[in-house]
Ligand binder design. Structure first.
Ligand code: FES
Length: 137
């Protein structure tokens, strides 16, 4: 259990150190960029698929999205070698061979549960990760 849907407004996130996860919920702008439904939720494994450093979410960090050419704030940015990922964990820059891995996620009665025993390897396509995001209720 990592939190409730009520705690996780669109555009916000939950951090759970025990589960080593970032649980991200897309607002309208993020959803459009990721080709996912507004309000969808995804659980990302914090471990960088390059050499395993913990990747922080950096809401203030600004980068140019190669998909659109748009520069905006809010990226995952690995402190070790600079791999950079969108809010859905899609890799846009750096030596990582793929996007961030995801955990299986269930939402029942407003409670969000992450199954850390079920890791799905991040893909390389722009919607491989975002297509795994789910809408509550
Ligand atoms: Fe993250 Fe190298 S470990 S970029």
């Amino acid at each position: 259990f990592v939190g409730t849907v009520d705690q996780l407004k669109p555009g916000s996130f939950l951090r759970n150190l025990d589960a080593k996860t970032w649980v991200m919920r897309f607002d309208a702008t993020q959803a459009a960029r990721e080709s996912a439904p507004e309000g969808a939720i995804i659980a990302l494994y914090q471990k960088c698929p390059h050499l395993g450093c913990t990747v922080p979410w950096r809401p203030e960090f600004s980068w140019t999205d190669p998909r659109s050419g748009e520069t905006y704030q809010g990226w995952f940015r690995c402190p070790c070698h600079g791999s950079t990922y969108t809010v859905s964990g899609f890799r846009v820059f750096g030596p990582a061979p793929r996007s961030m891995d995801t955990f299986a996620l269930t939402i029942a009665n407003g409670n969000i549960t992450v199954d850390t025993g079920k890791i799905k390897q991040g893909g390389t396509g722009p919607t491989d990760n975002s297509s795994r995001a789910i809408l509550p209720g």
